[in-house]
Write a protein that binds this ligand. Structure first.
Ligand code: RFL
Ligand code: PHB
Length: 388
């Protein structure tokens, strides 16, 4: 098979890129290791910045999001037994975020792709990238016991943190920056009304707590747990009790509990790979960078990469200009590092970092300072809605 852009991975980065290319008539194929149901069973992001919602519109996949997405203008910070609302809409001159699940966004993108003429190959095993440092790269994979070869001009590595694209960049060129945190998030998804209309980030002496939602009838809650914790050790009842214990009394009283649709533990990690391009290979999304979810940035960064990479391909194929592709890695990394900083900072501000009471006092003082200052609130707000 021959194509212009071979996209590895059918997560948000690969699907968004694929749809933008398809709409511009640029030949592409998506090669995905898993099947559709597996991908749609992964519960991940919920908060979409304007860059992501605009891109979904540009891709022609925003119809359901326009109807079902919840537009938020603020969120709540809970600490020292009190709540402070950050009106990020007012603080940023009118910017909002949309609460709409990554699962739904992925499904919508899969549906528009299926209605079009470009192919997605699911359950592609042993995916390998070849000749990436040349103008004639190709990808091989095994499906139903048969090895296939896809020849292309470019490869977009959109295969997430554990994918095969990033390790294709030689060790002496690839530089990786990493910070692992000694805790994770235990999350529950349940068909119960959310405790609040807006997202609540909480700082409790026993650890971080987050109240989010997917709709007016579906809630998503998280509590910080030690990294070595096992989800099997958490009954649903234990989760609900811990959540309520970490919330202020008036909020805890409003928590509606119900059977879990999903319960899982996600480790927290900061990671950046430089450069994000090598020869004909371009990395986008989690394959190039990971942020701890505290800033709600991961999916939005992936969308930003997809948009920027599409612009490069559009310049190359429609205007015979490679400059935009050449600048891809540097321009993405400038944006990525700012989101890495915000996500790391939000994580250190809200989580229980150690048993030293000094650390907690400093966190409390920082939260008091930030929420007592217009400048402090603006710094949180403008990062949360996404820097330009
Ligand atoms: P994905 O979604 O991981 O998709 C990669 C795809 O590549 C496939 N793949 C392969 N395909 C072929 N060959 C191989 N060898 C392959 N290896 C892997 C995989 O099967 C998969 O289909 O990466 P992508 O597209 O870059 O998207 C990134 C986002 O998924 C991620 O950043 C977000 O989910 C992060 N995130 C959040 N981001 C936000 O912007 N807002 C949020 O509110 C938010 N909350 C979260 C989150 C992530 C979380 N977890 C579980 C880590 C909350 C949580 C709990
Ligand atoms: C979510 O709804 O899953 C969510 C919300 C905010 C975050 C992370 C995850 O910072």
């Amino acid at each position: 098979m021959k194509t212009k852009v071979a996209i590895i991975g059918s997560g948000p980065a690969g699907l968004l890129l694929g749809q933008l290319l398809s709409n511009a008539g640029i030949d592409n194929v998506i090669i995905e290791a898993q099947d559709k149901d597996y991908i749609l069973g992964r519960i991940r992001a919920g908060v979409l910045e304007q860059v992501t919602t605009d891109l979904l519109r540009e891709a022609g996949a925003a119809e359901r999001m326009e109807k079902e997405g919840l537009v938020h203008e603020g969120f709540n910070l809970y600490f020292n037994n009190r709540c402070e609302r950050i009106d990020f809409c007012k603080l940023t001159g009118g910017k909002t975020v949309t609460v709409y699940g990554q699962t739904e966004l992925t499904k919508d993108l899969m549906d528009v792709r299926e209605a079009g003429s470009y192919q997605t190959i699911y359950q592609a095993k042993d995916v390998e990238l070849h000749n990436v440092n040349s103008a004639t790269p190709y990808v091989t994979y095994v499906k139903d016991g048969v090895t296939h070869r896809v020849e292309c001009d470019f490869i977009a590595g959109c295969d997430g943190f554990h994918g095969v694209s990033r390790p294709t960049i030689p060790d002496d060129i690839r530089k990786e920056y990493e910070n692992a945190y000694p805790f994770g998030w235990l999350g529950i998804l349940a068909d119960v009304p959310p405790v609040d209309e807006e997202v609540v980030y909480g700082h409790h002496e026993d650890g971080f707590v987050l109240c989010s939602m997917r709709s007016k009838t579906r809630s998503r809650y998280y509590v910080q747990v030690p990294l070595e914790e096992k989800v099997e050790d958490w009954s649903e009842e234990r989760f609900w009790n811990e959540l309520k214990r970490r919330l202020p009394d008036e909020l805890a009283a409003k928590v509606v509990t119900g059977p879990a649709l999903e319960m899982s533990i996600a480790p927290l990690r900061s990671f950046v790979c430089e450069p994000m391009q090598y020869g004909s290979l371009f990395l986008a999304g989690d394959s190039a960078h990971i942020v701890p979810p505290t800033g709600a940035k991961g999916l939005n960064l992936a969308a930003g990469d997809a948009k920027r990479l599409f612009e490069g391909f559009e310049q190359f194929y429609l205007h015979d200009n490679r400059e935009s592709l050449n600048a891809y890695s540097k321009e993405c990394l400038d944006r990525v590092w700012k989101a890495e900083r915000f996500s790391w900072w939000m994580t250190t501000l809200f989580h229980k970092l150690n048993d030293n009471p000094f650390s907690r006092k400093i966190q409390q003082a920082e939260l008091e300072y930030l929420t007592g200052s217009e400048a402090g609130k603006t710094t949180i707000a403008e990062n949360f809605v996404g820097l330009d």
